[in-house]
Design a protein around this ligand. Sequence first.
Ligand code: PMP
Ligand code: GLN
Length: 380
Amino acid sequence: MPLQSKLPDVGITIFTVMSKLAAEHGAINLSQGFPDFDAHADLIDLVARYMREGKNQYAPMQGVALLRQRIAEKVQSIYGATVDAEKEITVTAGATEALYAAITSVVRPGDDVIVVEPAYDAYVPAIQLNGGRPLYVPLRFPGYEMDWDRLADTLTDHTRLIILNSPHNPTGKVWRPEELEALARITSGRELFILSDEVYEHIVFDGQPHQSMLRHPELAAKSFVVSSFGKTYHTTGWKIGYCVAPAALTVEFQKIHQFLTFTANTPIQMAYANFMQRSEHYQQLAGFYQSKRDLFLELMKPSRFKALPCAGTYFQMMDYSAISHEPDTTFARRLTTQHGVAAIPPSVFYHDGADHRVVRFCFAKQDQTLIQAAERLCRI
Ligand code: PMP
Ligand code: GLN
């Protein structure tokens, strides 16, 4: 019997494609977002310790209680949000699972979902699998500003969910406080929810505070706020994330979560719970990555690439129009195979393949890696 794909337009993600190409050609991999340096040795020791101590069976479905407690303490201390660790937090198998569970919790066939483009590639397939219709609002190139009036105009009577992401992958754009105010005005009195992807919450530069939905009680009351330990602790391969949402939303979220994965692995949750007491780690993370951004920008100055503003995340967008007029997918491929540096072509993050002759580089790399990559990029 022929299989009718539920996702006929979906192929293998660009991250897998580019990392594979980089490996095949021995290129420096600045494409897929992950650090090429290790997690803190103490964090790794803690995982090993909990494994040896026999913490190897199922964690509670909602997540290890102490970890949820630590998450509640963190969002209280940073965002001033009072969150019930029992009823409003779920630990997930990466932010990816949390995104899927949140979308599945609220999106029904025929619902509209607002997606801001360029959009991280996990959102739209989840909307479609739930029978929803994505409605796209583009960030305005080249500053990637949000057009809030356009977002307001895009809302329909069927709009059920707005998906937002700050700090934003791939552009590095971050919300300003007045933007949360605009969002609150637009959504006030409407029956819709917000999914706020904040996986880079601790990577906001130039002294700016992260504008979490959790800072804004009116927005928090309708939001699923998603984060990822992978980004914060240099452990993207461990795949642990979490979702903070009001109790009524968390009930629905957990109905999905318990049958997607049931729970995330125990020893790593326990290790994070222990390590999170060292709040200096996430407090220093923005400074750590800002130095890398600044090093990469400095190294790239002599090149023909033109850097676009980057206020957060560990991604730097670069305009290559002075070098080539090729489509970004062609250019990114050639950059990898001929010049030995892999990058992500952002056109894949647009439903219509919008192409601004820009590529995304990941600077979550050792300084030596960035130096070598920049050397190659400056020769082009
Ligand atoms: N959202 C965004 C914007 C991301 O960049 C990523 C990156 N990996 C994720 C979600 C998924 O996070 P995780 O690896 O924890 O599933
Ligand atoms: N979020 C990472 C990126 O944007 C990669 C995630 C993945 O490989 N699925 O590069």
